[in-house]
Design a protein around this ligand. Structure first.
Ligand code: PAF
Length: 291
């Protein structure tokens, strides 16, 4: 696996791959890799001839400096996982290379995709994501890029920006991977103590209870969100950041849910921010619920 530290080295690597007629698959990450990331690499591999991953903790997408400072860094472990997953090259830019002194250009989407959920709760977050992903696309020049469905709003935003900015990359979505008990895999899970992890599972449970209630005829969004609040707010140290029912058609918030909708929530569990969602008409989240 080639390790590319500079933008010039990554560009040269990608140019050589394209000259050799190879399609480049790309998986951008912020490290602290888990099986979910590895499944995205497998997806990229299936759609391309060579796979590039990047590891860069992007400072511009953190709305909270403390969250940035606490983001887990596990580079040695990440490199071993990427190598074992058969990645051909890993791009490891420095913050100074990506955002040098005097940097002042940002990519910002406006409208329904960014004005709700994490867009409303974390001002500037998607501006940071859109900017870094646009820069990474310009540097890596991928034919295909894979993003996880867990960050649904993020992947829709990236798909839109690639279209709007005429970036010739196909965006592919990889399934959310879950732990055996149903908790969505996330780099942030490693910051949860065993007690916090138990509380975090109630985010998953609340969403699955809402999905079940919808299937049984409840369509009032406020009532569906109540399942999430009721599961989480019994815990000390848990704060619900948002819970929304949103339609994939137009990305509109809905008072009355229909089959185009998903329910999404974000919560701080003992200071760790977690997000998850479920499609109301989709399959169950495999989480144990006492009947
Ligand atoms: O999903 C992530 O890990 C990040 O938001 C991304 C896409 C790598 C951009 O920094």
């Amino acid at each position: 696996m080639d390790q590319l530290q500079t933008i010039d080295d990554q560009r040269a690597w990608s140019r050589a791959a394209h000259m050799a007629g190879k399609r480049i698959g790309f998986v951008p990450t912020m490290g602290a890799l888990h099986e979910g990331h590895i499944s995205l690499i497998a997806k990229a591999r299936a759609k391309s001839d060579v796979v590039v991953a990047s590891v860069f903790v992007n400072p511009t997408q953190f709305d909270n400096p403390e969250d940035f400072a606490k983001y887990p860094i596990t580079l040695e472990d990440d490199l071993a996982k990427l190598k074992a997953a058969g990645v051909d090259a890993v791009f490891l830019p420095t913050k100074e290379a990506m955002f040098p002194d005097g940097y002042c250009t940002f990519v910002e989407l406006v409208g329904p995709l960014t004005d709700k959920m994490c867009g409303a709760a974390r001002p500037g977050h998607f501006r940071g994501v859109a900017t870094v992903v646009t820069k990474l696309f310009n540097i890596v020049q991928p034919d295909v890029a894979v993003f996880g469905e867990k960050d649904l709003q993020q992947v829709l935003i990236i798909n839109r920006l690639a279209k709007d900015l005429d970036i010739p990359v196909e965006i592919i979505v990889g399934d959310t991977l879950r732990e055996p008990d149903g908790l969505a895999m996330s780099s942030r899970n490693r910051r949860l103590s065993p007690a916090s992890r138990q509380k975090a599972l109630d985010l998953t449970k609340g969403l699955e209870l809402a999905r079940r209630a919808y299937k049984q005829g409840e369509s009032t969004s406020l009532k569906l969100c109540e399942f999430v609040y009721n599961e989480l707010l019994i815990h000390e140290g848990v704060e619900v950041d948002y819970c929304d029912v949103v339609s994939l058609r137009g990305f509109e918030e809905k008072d009355i849910a229909d089959d185009t909708c998903f329910i999404a929530a974000a919560a701080f569990v003992d200071g760790v921010r977690l997000i998850d969602h479920v499609h109301l008409a989709g399959p169950a989240i495999p989480v144990a619920i006492d009947e």
